[in-house]
Design a protein around this ligand. Structure first.
Ligand SMILES: Cc1ncc(COP(=O)(O)O)c(C=O)c1O
Length: 489
């Protein structure tokens, strides 16, 4: 990969930019601030442009190829989202501007709150949290405050199924709750009997993902919720998988008390790598007073001539602010655009196509890969990357080999309850041709596992970097592109 190191292109005295002769007197800097031998590559502008364009192409992205990363949902983000987010009236405003000067932005936030409440079947929404995980933290803080307010401080446990995303137990532990793991049954549902054994007045709530991380709809979801409610607990919905339910089922109608959305998964905003994302939280009516503040409200109704006036209010028993200012507004513009572009029927089709694509692919693969929970799946499904006659082949080998075919690997080794898990989520936007090409690659890989496993062990073969020593790569991170020996003086 020497080609990608720009220092190798450096030629002494070559310049990308020439500055005009200085017309101000030279300042004399104290010696300790002067750097000797500034090691910069000496290259022309075109070389730099080519270098960075080439580098950008070394990374896989959904605009380059199929990206079936289960649970993390690499959903295509339409370009129009970027156009609207860059409109100066949205992009160039300041969070401290007086509300009367940003009524359009407040209207967008208000209607996004309304849309998300309607889509999930809830009464109130906060847009503040910066990611799904922070939405979870917000939700569990609401659960805690609600119980304390109602004299239920003895509730110290949060129940979490063993199929849950790691952020669920982590959130509960961060909020000082004791995490109690509940097993899954043989059909991949939360085990109702195991759940009932844990139910008493020490339970603050259950965190339930539906569809769950096996890509399966919880078959007894209403009974599960009723059981938790019967002992005074609340039910938190991890709404990361709402892509499968849009316009078809509403968690609020099923009885969930709280739900977070991952706008990046369901409503096509960039994920942000834990950075500038958005994980709104929706709550049922009895929890609306506990939402983080401020939320956007109509503070003066409109009439035929005047539009309504929007402003901020802080709910009565608010848990307080969970994010500076009002959250990541640019993400809200993108999600709002996506929802408006689709409308209610369009959103329903999103879910239907996501489920159809996942089932189509699952059926193309289940005769050559083991499918531990053989049920109609929702938007994703989980295979096992292991075969009895090929004990040295692992899910990781399957994933590395997939890169030779130009596909991003699926999620590996999650959920934890599936051995050698390969979690595949095609999303709704992929064509039948792409799904067929992926299935053909996976079938070839399954065949190689039986007949030519060394091809898998040595994969990837065609990527610029071959198989990494992942442990060393994580432990000895090299974050600087400067080759050894050329470090600054
Ligand atoms: C099921 C589930 N819950 C929670 C999260 C956490 O969401 P985020 O990455 O936005 O913090 C994820 C990750 O995407 C997830 O897959």
């Amino acid at each position: 990969m020497t080609e990608a190191v720009i220092y190798d292109k450096s030629v002494p005295e070559r310049r990308g930019v020439r500055f005009p002769a200085s017309d101000v007197p030279k300042a004399s800097l104290p010696a300790k601030f002067r750097r000797k031998g500034l090691t910069l590559p000496e290259v022309g502008e075109l070389e730099v442009a080519r270098h960075f364009t080439r580098l950008s192409q070394l990374n896989h992205s959904i605009t380059i190829g199929f990206y079936p990363l289960g649970s993390c949902t690499m959903k295509y983000n339409p370009v129009i989202n970027e156009e609207t987010a860059r409109l100066p009236g949205f992009a160039a405003i300041h969070p401290l501007q007086p509300a009367e000067t940003v009524q359009g932005a407040l209207a967008l936030m208000y209607f996004l709150q309304q849309f998300l409440a309607e889509i999930g079947g809830f009464a109130g929404v906060t847009l503040q949290p910066a990611a799904g995980a922070q939405g979870e933290l917000t939700g569990v803080m609401i659960i805690r405050k609600y119980h304390y307010k109602n004299g239920q401080g003895q509730r110290t446990k949060i129940l979490v199924p063993d199929s849950a995303h790691g952020t669920n137990p982590a959130t509960s532990a961060m909020t000082n709750y004791q995490v109690v793991e509940i097993a899954s049954d043989e059909r991949g549902n939360i085990d109702l009997e195991a759940l009932k054994k844990e139910l008493d007045d020490s339970v603050a709530g259950l965190m339930l993902t539906n569809p769950n991380t096996l890509g399966l709809f919880e078959e007894h979801v209403e009974e599960v919720i009723r059981a938790v409610h019967s002992v005074g607990g609340l039910v938190y919905g991890d709404g990361a998988n709402m892509n499968a339910l849009l316009g078809v089922a509403r968690p609020g109608d099923l009885g969930f008390d709280i739900l977070h959305y991952n706008l990046h998964k369901t409503f096509t905003t960039p994920h942000g790598g834990g950075g500038p994302g958005c994980g709104p939280v929706a709550v049922a009516a009895h929890l609306a007073d506990y939402l983080p503040g401020p939320v956007v409200e109509v503070i003066e109704e409109g009439n035929g001539e005047q539009p309504p006036v929007f402003g901020f209010i802080t709910p009565k028993h608010s848990i307080g602010r969970v994010k500076a200012f009002h959250g990541h507004f640019g993400m809200m513009v993108r999600a709002f655009t996506y929802i408006l572009m689709h409308g209610d029927r369009g959103l329903r089709e999103v879910a239907q196509h996501a489920v159809l694509n996942a089932n189509y692919l699952m059926h193309q693969l289940k005769d050559v890969f083991s499918l531990p929970y053989d049920r109609t799946c929702m938007h994703e499904f989980v295979l096992e990357g292991r075969w009895a006659d090929a004990p040295d082949v692992h899910a990781l080998d399957v994933s590395k080999r997939l890169m030779d075919f130009g596909f991003h690997p699926p999620t590996n080794y999650f959920p934890l309850i599936v051995r050698e898990a390969l979690m595949i989520e095609p999303t709704e936007t992929e064509t039948k041709e792409t799904l067929d090409a992926f299935a053909a690659a996976m079938r070839q890989i399954a065949d190689e596992a039986h007949n030519d496993p060394d091809v898998l062990h040595a994969a990837p073969h065609v990527t610029p970097i071959k198989r990494l020593d992942e442990v060393s790569a994580a432990r000895n991170l090299v974050l600087c592109c400067m080759p050894p020996g050329r470090e600054p003086a």
